[in-house]
Design a binder for this molecule. Sequence first.
Ligand SMILES: NC(=O)C1=CN([C@@H]2O[C@H](COP(=O)(O)OP(=O)(O)OC[C@H]3O[C@@H](n4cnc5c(N)ncnc54)[C@H](O)[C@@H]3O)[C@@H](O)[C@H]2O)C=CC1
Ligand SMILES: O=C(O)C(=O)COP(=O)(O)O
Length: 527
Amino acid sequence: MTKPKVLISDKMDPNAARIFEERGCDVDVITGETPEQLKARIGEYDGLAIRSSTTVTAEILEAATNLKVIGRAGIGVDNVDIPAASGKGVVVMNTPFGNSITTAEHAIALIMAVARQIPAANARTQAGEWPKSDFMGVEVTGKTLGLIGAGNIGSIVASRALGLKMKVVAFDPFLTEDRAVEMGVEKADLDTLLSRADFITLHTPLTDETRNILSAENLAKTKKGVRIVNCARGGLIDEAALKEGLDSGHIAGAALDVFAKEPAKESPLFGTPNFICTPHLGASTTEAQVNVALQVAEQMADYLVNGGVTNALNMPSLSAEEAPKLKPYMALAEKLGSLVSQLAHGNLTEITIERSGAAAELNGKPIEGAVLAGFMRRYSDTVNMVNAPYLAKERGLQVRSVRFEGEGVYHTLLRVTVATSAGPRSVAGTLFGENAPRLVEIFGIGIEADLDGHMLYVVNQDAPGFIGRMGGLLGQHDINIGTFHLGRREAGGEAIVLLSVDQPIPAEVIDQAGKLEGVKLVKALSF
Ligand SMILES: NC(=O)C1=CN([C@@H]2O[C@H](COP(=O)(O)OP(=O)(O)OC[C@H]3O[C@@H](n4cnc5c(N)ncnc54)[C@H](O)[C@@H]3O)[C@@H](O)[C@H]2O)C=CC1
Ligand SMILES: O=C(O)C(=O)COP(=O)(O)O
């Protein structure tokens, strides 16, 4: 048998190459290439091991004709086009815990550095100035730390900050009161956190929801004299607004390890007083790099040599006999989980997964995992079908599984219901024809649709002329409608529309759709 061939395309601890070789893989270490060079080379490889410097686009995946697995030696996978990888059957794995302590420690180091202006004081002292009277710092003891994102890294930061005698206020949709008490933090909404924090640190993945979470508007809600630290992802903060806040003196200091555009070789923030930055060093300690290198190489080699799957972000763990029967259900389950998470808002504390008819006969665990992975994916880079139930439990999400053996209208049905502060929200789906996943109900209204690509969800008053107005608006913006599905509770009552389009719908078109006569709600969805 020919040996699987792996490319390590980012700087990685040498233990990774050693493990690949010991486990029976050939390995090349070629770092710092341009996307064109990687594209030209990738066709030879079965595995690609990366950190954050390699961006794996759909175009690179197109050229990756032999690729079976991408391993991220680290946590964030926003540099990998996961849908494109899934489409090509390429497993994407990460190492969800190997660098979390190290990254949390960097956040704490930056809190201290920004409180005492250590980098500027160091530079001027070494320049021979002895500028003792220019650097008056603040204590962290007794100050409030606002933690945005209380997952693995956020929880470690909280525990360290408590050790420094700070108060910790945390905002995270998956943080329950019980978990907050266990962590010793106070659960808060974002506005409360912004108004109370003396220091703010960010620990969320970069998603559509977290992008610009510290926008100009939200920065304006912060306490005067706030200090901000970002060791998560650049796009979480509006860098121009941060610069304005520092210049005006509203923000007393900021420390960034990550930038919207990396490598950040220039930025309006550079040179701003009380601004500190590091070049994405969050995970850069000997310990973390050895951890993630060993782990990624072991996981990837296990997959390439034995077919074992660990920490995959786009693939469930399944036995060989169950796999073919469960596969279409997993796709349906993940789509329903994703749909309900895109439609339900507020405090998400309980999810119920019902299986009726043929679905009731199957192993419920992988289906549950797939629903939860779809449900939580918007909130975490590290969630997969395997770890989703564990993460849900850890974050206090109650998961109920219910089976109904008899058949209803459909021979097989999955229903996912989420308890929200506004009441239960439920969606249901079945398998049609050649086991194609199909939505059949949203919030109690019958509607049949495929959940695929970019979609628009509209709630409107059932009245003549609506379809024409909506079609006309999208047509004016050159947006082609692929499918159009309608459902309603009763004639003249509340109706819903799900339509699929060929490209993402710009925000201004969504805004205009929301203003059309009879429209109550419009939401862009993606699958
Ligand atoms: N600077 C660096 O070198 C490193 C940066 N990172 C970044 O740190 C991020 C966090 O890592 P982990 O804690 O391990 O991930 P995690 O998945 O354990 O935690 C992320 C948390 O963010 C929360 N969250 C998601 N959307 C949110 C929202 N809209 N508002 C508030 N909270 C939200 C989630 O519920 C979850 O609890 C990673 O996604 C990665 O981008 C990770 C390692 C190193
Ligand atoms: O693990 C992560 O998410 C990181 O951001 C670390 O990035 P790096 O591996 O140091 O390029």
